[in-house]
Write a protein that binds this ligand. Sequence first.
Ligand code: NOJ
Ligand code: MG
Length: 576
Amino acid sequence: MRSLLLLPVLFALAFSHSHDKSLDWWETTIFYQIYPRSFKDSDGDGIGDLNGITSSLEYLKELGVGATWLSPIFKSPMYDFGYDIADFYAIQEEYGTMEDFENLMAKAKELDIKIVLDFVPNHTSNESVWFEEALRGHEKYYDYFIWEDGVVDENGVMHPPNNWVSVFRKSAWEYREEVGKYYFHQFVIGQPDLNYRNPAVVEEMKNIIRFWLDKGVAGFRVDAIAHLFEVDKADFGGKLPDEPLSGRTDDPDSYDYLTHIYTTDLDETLDMVYQWREVFDEYKEKDGLTRVMMTEAYSSPQMTMRYFGEGERKGAQMPFNFVLISDVNGESSAAEIKYALDKFLTFKPIDEHANWVAGNHDNNRVASRFSPELVDGINMIIMLMPGIAVTYMGEEIGMVDGYVSWEDTVDPSGCNTDDPINYWMASRDPERTPFQWNAEKNAGFSTADKTWLPVAADYENLNVAVQRESENTHLNVYKFLADLRTEKVFRYGRYESVAFNEGVFAFRRWYQRKAYIVVVNFRNEPYTIDLTYFEGVNRSVKVVVSSIQSPKTSRDVLSANKVEIVGNESLVLKVV
Ligand code: NOJ
Ligand code: MG
């Protein structure tokens, strides 16, 4: 009798389970980006380091984060703060030793946190052995780079081979007397581009991937991928062609001056991404662990999706989705937010995952690009939209861009403006200021008298320690969201969104009988909204978490047809 009664229950269970595809580690985790130079300094030199990260891994655990990707930790003269790599197989001394790295891996394993490294395939440092050997005329290494003759005008003056411009302003060509030619660099002068039309380079770079995978890393974030290949001059009569003017600016030194049809987004680049994925998958074959690839490209949605793979060939599991960085900001209306968020979901292949990135070390912080009041709202979006969440360190506590004077500016993107007034618009130093741990000296980041970048002014009130102490803080909202997103609704649930008016963007996630609604008011104005717009919402909704300035508290029950939203308020509501 009793077992008969249980039958319908068992039936229901069996049924619900058959729908739930089992998900791999990377499909459900939160990826937390650490900028090692600014996270935690263990030896008092004012520069963050590996031991600092190792000693702070428990904090990631506290957040509910299961993976971290580290900006470059490799040997570098630091012209672009580690994105100019002199030795891909060695750790930068000021960050620690290989042994420190191995300790970091061991501690991460103990805590079940995956470590993802930054793979910078487009360029090396001009202080790499490869480049130095090239300058000495060592043929093998000469062919690792892209060399062209200058163009001599009627007055006998030599000019760069063509009009190509560096991402960081001015000609992308630099002359070297040693070889009597120009080399190509899409980024700073200290970052000579590698020549991917040379099979030896292709093999060398795969070996770098293997080297770190052998050390147990769970994948790579791939830097500046859109820039990997340039056109083959053989297709242009032996001369690399000028790029057409964009018409967007009159400043010929600006990267924006040209349309980059010959230096970005080439088909050969995609092929290389697919080749790397094959290397990743060889490792998975061996030990069962999926190695994840996230590609960094600020490209069109059509192009971005090609990184996932084409036909039988697989590519990145996570081509970064930068809409929250590139398409919208604090001025955007709810409709513009909806339009931006829909973009990736609309274009992505049906069986791939979206991912949500609101910040990184190259872009102003959420509190500064949107507003401090929208920090929780943006975190609700990245954590509760369908897909994988990515957080830049500090966004969980709502860190604000630091002020960095012209004198203290070190980022080449800022320095290359040669403009002591407007440099801050190009500089990336403000979003790289030291992590704010507590109200002590240097925000608890370092005991040094001078840190590599100044600590942001507001650190005494805005830091992890302070936010741990009281309940109503960004940190606690973040932790709550990290926990909430483990519910099936957020793993498997469907999604629909709406702009209720100029300010209020809302979305519903639902799965079987459960449903949640997330509401974010992008304007500092009150609105009254009718949530019965959503199917299945009838009488009431219950607040499960609210932004810190919200007058509502969790467990408040609201009449669904008349929800009053205050300025910049964000809410996660449960449909009851
Ligand atoms: C993208 C990186 O995120 C950025 O910091 C760097 O300057 C460029 N790629 C060049 O490597
Ligand atoms: Mg240090």
